[in-house]
Design a protein. Structure first.
Lengths: 380, 380
DNA sequence: TCGTTTTACTGAATCGTTTCAGTAATGTAC
DNA sequence: GTACATTACTGAAACGATTCAGTAAAACGA
């Protein structure tokens, strides 16, 4: 193509003013043709469209329009990690699905911001996002992007994140749900538990810790879940500091597998493992055969999330169910309502429920007492 | 709260000009403080930030900035249906994942436009989208939103959509892949085939048709796949018009189930079914027991997509593998390259491959000839 | 000390719309 | 024929930034 001249791209797009000029009318009239047909004779309106077509004018520029109208027509979504992780995690996908229902109802777009991946975090993206509000999903307490988003002074909904001031908040009772999961194992007779956790700090060390200091976790739901596990364990009269916690940098099957190998490689290995997500639990299921363990006889596993696949693993996964889609829907609706100055639905904690499936059983050689039934932890 | 006064929300946010006024400097200086630190004494810069903090000014307004800079910092994604469907379909989710990798690399946001659901389609959303370009994914040929997006004169990548002019295009060889799927069944000895298809027209009738007029489908990949099925069937000397095609409005398990019940409820029922997606095929698997059919003995099923779950069904699903994530990644990269005036990767057809699993076998009482091996259909 | 460069800032134009307050022309009422 | 309403359009001021061409002052070299 010879000289590099940006191959034809440079012809500037026509503007409303130019369309007006062609017809010898005022820009206001052209604007009205697009936005307020009743302010115009139908004839002139047609002429405007025709002239526009002639100039290749595709209608008012969205950016200029947004500036003038002061609305962007989209809501921003902030996620704690790389977006591609979100798409690989059925829990996040379910949540996004819920949001999308709400935004679609309102005719709004859904802007997924470039993830706040560790290291490469780029607060500019939040400052540059052309949105009318934010859904902040599952971010570390001290993530600077949260501050950046709040600083924009737009309507915001916080999800799975500790409340900030009077910002609407949607989540679950992580602590109660985690406690229920631990209680389930304990009541089956397990005494040696292990935990596979999300990252504990913003710069996760990875590797082993114990359950004695849940408060140091910088990630709201992790902290609450650790606390829940710890509470149940203490209540049963067991030692909290004896419970190994393996910290995973991400919620993937692979990380779960590695964690399981470490946790189960110790002498006096746990007979049951509590996982903070189903993805991690799947990793444990995958690791078990290689370690010569069969489930649930040699090892019990509890997940968290109840993603659809949890029903189909072998054995099916006992896990804490939480309503991901509804969580997204509620968060989305609250945000949308704020934008339209409607009365928003009440922000709240959604119910969870322990779903007992085949991955948990009394430890080998233990006679179970009465088995507890599904327990629902909800608060309105 | 007594009088409804928009509870404190109305305090207008401060502007750059106001920050400048407070300090008695020019707006240009404040702008420079944010955008060109080197144009400013560090001392003054600090003062600017301090004044900004005092006024609750969170930095330059993204919309105004976009207007002036002429870039939005986001790419738009157009999908043929309601977004919530996309999130429920692992194939689409994989595609989105790929896009997100590309946009994230470039620090761009990913704006999912409110779906072009049947009926409620709202071309305004496309015209109003604040984006630097579009990925158009899987839209009907004559969808007005495609025209609207093209009309914006922004860089565009078309995915799974018939090419338009010299717009970059990414897809697979749908026809070849479909033909391979049909050939597989035929070589197993099946003679009575059925097809479960996506919508054939923009206003899908639902229900039965036959394979004799693939060209009327208004949806590129559907058309190509029907053509592929037909080609293979003709090549085998079978009658194309004898092949029942059930049209589903959406790609869901439920629709697949219904379709299977209709297709298999006829006398002289098909011994094998070709599905245009794994989701539809899952529906067939689910319907089979109720119809007293066991797979693959009584019925063979082939899917399309090879979503992860296809490996875990019972029996595992024979299906056409296509690289969803890579498709998204490639589309995203091409778009991003165009935005930055880089040389974009070459647009192309990605390879597919028939994956034979347990859901296909020779029809009952038929002795199979040599079984064909996985066949790859790729073009660069 | 003079001329030149560098530093630190400013003024004003511009990005492309929307919208509000008019205004001239036409229509209606009596 | 006058008063009033309606219709069809216009002018100009926002909306909130960025940027380019300057300019005055300070620093520098010889």
């Amino acid at each position: 193509m010879g000289v590099k001249d940006r191959a034809g791209k440079s012809e500037r797009r026509a503007t409303l003013k130019e369309v007006a000029a062609v017809l010898g009318v005022s820009p206001a009239t052209v604007s009205n043709a697009y936005n307020r047909p009743d302010q115009l004779s139908p004839l002139l309106r047609e002429k405007v469209f025709e002239a526009a077509r002639g100039l290749g004018y595709a209608g008012p520029d969205p950016v200029a329009r947004s500036l003038r109208r002061r609305r962007a027509g989209a809501v921003g979504v902030l996620y704690s990690d790389r977006l591609s992780y979100a798409f690989a995690d059925p829990a996040a996908v379910g949540f996004f699905e819920g949001i999308s229902v709400a935004t679609e109802e309102a005719g709004l777009g859904m802007l997924l911001l470039p993830g706040s991946a560790r290291g490469a975090r780029d607060p500019e993206a939040v400052g540059n996002a052309v949105v009318d509000g934010f859904v902040i999903y599952c971010m570390a307490d001290n993530d600077p992007l949260v501050g950046a988003a709040l600083g924009r002074r737009l309507p915001v909904v916080l999800v799975d994140h500790p409340g900030v001031g009077d910002v609407p908040y949607v989540g679950i009772d992580d602590e109660g749900a985690a406690a229920a999961a631990a209680e389930h194992l304990i009541s089956l007779g397990h005494r040696r538990l292990g935990v596979i956790s999300f990252e504990l700090t913003r710069e996760p060390a990875g590797g082993l810790a114990d359950l004695s200091r849940p408060e140091r976790a910088t990630f709201g739901p992790s902290r609450a879940r650790l606390r829940g596990y710890a509470t149940a364990i203490k209540r049963a009269g067991l030692s909290v500091s004896g419970v190994p916690v393996f910290e995973c940098a991400g919620s993937t099957t692979e990380e779960g597998r590695v964690a399981a190998e470490v946790l189960l490689g110790t002498q006096n290995r746990p007979t049951a493992i509590l996982c903070m997500s189903d993805q991690l639990a799947f990793g444990v299921l995958r690791a078990a055969p290689g370690l010569g363990l069969s489930l649930p006889g040699d090892l019990s596993v509890v997940g968290f999330d109840d993603v659809p696949e949890a029903q189909r693993t072998d054995p099916p996964l006992t896990t804490v169910h939480q309503p991901h889609v509804e969580k997204g829907l509620l968060a989305g609706r609250i945000l949308v309502a704020q934008l339209g100055d409607h009365e928003p639905p009440e922000a709240r904690l959604l119910p969870t429920r322990l779903v007992e499936r085949g991955s948990t059983a009394p430890p080998d050689g233990y006679k179970s007492m009465s088995r507890p039934t599904a327990r629902s932890t909800a608060r309105s």
